[in-house]
Design a protein around this ligand. Structure first.
Ligand code: GLA
Length: 380
């Protein structure tokens, strides 16, 4: 794909590009915890958005997206969002300059193999890749964390999704063979080896595009804030659900609207599950880790209400297939993929069984991606 992109870029723009590859991400555990200042455990994957780029000595950014066969040009003096995937580029251009950095026009061609709408963060990869490319080209001196925040601000202001920092962070900081335990409160992180030669990370796409997630996602965020506002009256020291102990939440259950209680209780227990999971990983105990994953799914489905029939079915199915250590829906929810930890020699049977069961009920065949954890954004 890189060679093809390079060739297509030369043909369209008559010059030599640099090519940046920005990966999508998986998240092993710790879902909907990032914007609650909790922990997450993502890794970058072997599927990328590729950004081919070269300066053009004008004030215009010309973009061609191979996947959509669409082109778009805009002035670097961006003031407002436009529509669709362009907003990611507009937002990054805007926020880089808001931070006092100077850029000029570029020609850009984009391609990639991260499935769109599958919950693997293709949009975060696009922002990370484009930001990283501009940073390289114009020697802006932005750190990977700066670029992650630029991507997040783009989602907030140009797209309208009040997301946390996990996806952008993971795309930029990934390391081959490792997942990252990120503390979203302090932004400290550590690399944890994910080195299980006998197991594979397998994603199963529910084929339900999670594009509707936007508004409901923001609602979840507000519900968590509502819970905090009530608990804070009793515990002035707490600023987010990260700071809340299960016992504190239970003590004030009656004061919270039931749905707010459910949302908060999912988040508070997800922190416990993540910590137990990390402990298990450090002991090479995938059985315990897998149990945590199933429990996370239960919480996301029943208490946080971000799953859907297709995702619930895929997890239920996985639970009954030999060789599956753990499975759960992954990412924002309402569609997208499940993440499954599957014994390497059982992957084929797993794939066949889950495909045919899903097809029997929903009359469509889920795509299955056997992935591995890889390096973050880099020049290819
Ligand atoms: C989306 C958001 C992330 C995170 C996950 C849920 O991917 O972009 O910030 O909140 O959902 O864990």
């Amino acid at each position: 794909m890189i060679k093809k992109l390079q060739q297509a870029f030369r043909e369209r723009f008559n010059k030599e590009p640099i090519i940046v590859g920005a990966p999508g991400r998986v998240n092993l555990i710790g879902e909907h915890t990032d914007y609650n200042n909790g922990f997450v455990l993502p890794g970058a994957v072997d599927k990328r958005i590729y950004v081919a780029i070269a300066p053009n000595n004008t004030n215009t950014i010309n973009v061609f997206a191979n996947q959509f066969n669409e082109s778009y040009s805009f002035s670097i003096d961006v003031t407002e969002p436009h529509k669709g995937w362009m907003n990611y580029l507009l937002g990054v251009t805007y926020h880089i300059q808001q931070g006092g950095k100077k850029i000029s026009g570029v020609d850009v061609m984009i391609d990639g193999d991260i499935p769109v709408g599958a919950g693997m963060s293709s949009s975060a990869a696009l922002c990370s890749g484009f930001g990283f490319a501009l940073n390289e080209l114009f020697q802006l001196g932005l750190s990977r964390m700066d670029l992650a925040f630029i991507g997040q601000k783009t989602e907030h202001t140009f797209v309208g999704l009040q997301c946390g920092i996990m996806d952008q962070f993971a795309s930029l900081h990934g390391k081959k063979g490792h997942v990252m335990k990120l503390d979203c409160r302090s932004l400290e992180y550590e690399y944890i080896p994910f080195d299980f030669p006998g197991y594979k990370i397998v994603l199963v796409n529910s084929m339900v595009s999670h594009s509707l997630a936007g508004s409901e996602y923001n609602v979840r965020r507000r519900q968590c804030e509502e819970g905090i506002a009530i608990l804070k009256k009793h515990y002035p020291g707490i600023n987010s659900l990260r700071d809340v102990e299960p016992a504190q939440l239970l003590q004030h259950q009656q004061e919270l609207p039931p749905v707010v209680f459910d949302r908060c209780s999912y988040v508070v227990y997800e922190k416990e599950r993540l910590l137990t999971g990390c402990e298990a990983l450090s002991k090479n105990d995938l059985a315990t880790f897998g149990k945590m994953m199933f429990a996370t799914h239960e919480g996301l489905s029943k208490k946080y209400s971000v799953s859907c029939t297709e995702l619930d079915f895929l997890v239920e199915c996985a639970q009954h297939i030999t060789g599956v250590a753990g499975a759960r829906m992954m990412g924002g929810g309402f569609g997208g993929c499940t993440i499954n930890i599957v014994q390497a020699d059982a992957v084929e049977t797993f794939t066949n069984k889950i495909r045919s069961a899903f097809n029997g009920l929903f009359k469509k065949t889920p795509e299955v991606y056997v992935t591995q954890v890889e390096d973050g954004v880099k020049i290819m």
